[in-house]
Design a protein around this ligand. Structure first.
Ligand SMILES: Cc1ncc(COP(=O)(O)O)c(C=O)c1O
Length: 453
């Protein structure tokens, strides 16, 4: 949750030249300031939340501007470019499809759509069977909400329409997705809606008791009966941290959903396709949901998302009743196919497993170096998180988190603006292609900065 703008005042910084990082100008670059100012003048303020760097190109796990600066990319474009920037297969697939002369086909069938659906199907554990392509993560989570509500109506009538989600959850910024989100501040504009109910996420930090009994007790306290619930949706790890839902909790939730004819939905928009060191976040939990929403890392940087679902749920709507204009855009399909094949061919999930302990150790060291300013750290696969809090509490300290991001960017490590509860969390999630040397170098920079805050 970016809540402020970084100042557009060039600061003289230490010059840096390593194999992966190069900082040769003040940051922000003086020549870039008029361009950044124009963007700020013409766009909504909401678009001005990221560090003041004009991205120009990228290569693998680095990004560059056009003034000679290069950063180790710990953002992956907010968990998108899993196979790295400028991946030759993805670029080749985009070019190839454009050269074929067909860059849009609406929902008319195309061979590239078939190829991508076949590839995606090969990632699916039973009973997930059908794949529906969309464009954004929000569109995918919205579709899951619609399917859960439709199923509730079918099996329980109009009163079975409550969607249970989790405190601090993030599922996107469109209306249904935001209603399902768990940050009150983000949905003030929507007012109260009794059909969307949140329970604590078992993260072990803000919610210490991680047992499933909390789920049931919270519903009782909120006056919600199981027969009113059509679906439960959760990220497998929340965007505001990097802690997977405990397996025992997920398994109890699966049993609860089965017992009460409730659709179990995982939002895998961040976690899917290798980020956690497994195909999906839920692969760690010993359960398979009825629906999964995917996006971000699915398509190598092109706008494409997907809903993965059971035959029963995906067959409720008839021909033409669930479509979207840019669903299965041919160029995006080609990129997604190349991206997923590259994840397999380059054994990127193995790379994540190999590097995961180094990242976990890194966030631990950054936390120790912060001398109490970081109240919590966690990591899974190639996503790590540190949360800045007032010492000894869970109260967010966004100011120090912002300082950390700015200094990291000035020293050649690209982070996106703080996210999560009160804007206090810094996420570290490089492309899955990063090598050990670059990962260690970036983590050491962050550790040094944490020791100076
Ligand atoms: C877990 C999760 N779900 C859904 C979304 C929404 O995706 P999009 O921004 O593509 O609509 C996001 C985006 O950050 C996300 O992290």
């Amino acid at each position: 949750m970016a809540t402020k703008e970084f100042p557009l005042v060039p600061e003289k910084v230490e010059l840096i030249e390593t194999r992966y990082r190069r900082i040769s100008t003040p940051i922000p670059v003086p020549e870039s300031v008029p361009l950044l100012e124009k963007l700020r003048a013409l766009e909504p303020r909401s678009m001005g939340g990221q560090p003041p760097v004009i991205w120009h190109s990228g290569q693998g796990a680095t990004v560059s501007d056009r003034w000679g600066n290069r950063w180790i990319d710990f953002s992956a474009g907010v968990l998108v470019t899993s196979v790295g920037h400028n991946h030759p297969d993805v670029i080749g697939a985009i070019r190839g499809m454009a050269d074929q002369g067909l860059y849009h086909a609406y929902c008319f069938p195309t061979e590239i759509r078939l190829k991508l659906i076949e590839e995606l199907s090969s990632w699916l554990p039973a009973p997930l069977k059908r794949v529906f392509l969309l464009t954004t993560g929000s569109e995918a989570t919205e579709c899951c909400i619609k399917l859960a509500r439709t199923y509730g109506l079918k099996v329980g009538g109009p009163s079975k329409r409550v969607l249970v989600t989790f405190d601090n959850a993030f599922h996107g910024r469109t209306m249904g997705a935001q209603l399902a989100g768990g940050s009150a501040a983000l949905k003030n504009w929507l007012g109260d809606n009794p059909d969307f109910v949140q329970v604590p996420f078992p993260d072990g930090f803000r919610q210490k008791d991680t047992s499933f009994s909390v789920f049931e007790a919270t519903l009782v306290a909120k006056g919600i009966k199981p027969e009113q619930v059509c679906g439960v949706m959760s990220e497998t790890y929340q965007g505001c941290n990097a802690t997977l839902m405990p397996a025992a909790y997920a398994q109890a939730l699966r049993r609860w959903c089965d017992a009460h004819k409730v659709v179990m939905i995982f939002d895998e928009v961040q976690a899917g396709f290798g980020r956690t060191g497994a195909p999906f976040g839920f692969s760690h939990l010993g359960v398979v949901p009825d629906l999964a929403a995917c996006g971000k890392g699915i398509a190598g940087g092109m706008p494409l998302s997907a809903v993965l679902g059971t035959d029963e749920l995906m067959s409720m709507y008839g021909p033409g009743e669930m479509t979207s204009t840019h669903s299965a855009n041919t160029v995006c399909c080609a990129a997604a196919l190349a991206n997923l094949q590259a994840i397999r061919k380059e054994k990127l999930i193995d790379n994540v497993q190999k590097l995961a302990p180094i990242l976990a150790d890194g966030v631990k060291r950054i936390t120790a170096a912060s001398r109490g300013k970081i109240g919590h750290y966690d990591a899974v696969g190639l996503v790590g998180c540190v949360q800045f809090t007032q010492p000894g509490t869970t109260t967010p300290d966004p100011e120090t988190a912002w300082q950390m991001v700015l200094r990291a960017v000035q020293r050649g490590v690209m982070l996106f603006a703080p996210v999560g509860v009160g804007g206090c969390a810094i996420k570290i999630n490089p492309p899955l292609v990063i090598n050990e040397e670059a990962l260690r170098e970036g983590l050491e920079v962050l550790e040094k900065i944490a020791s100076e805050l």
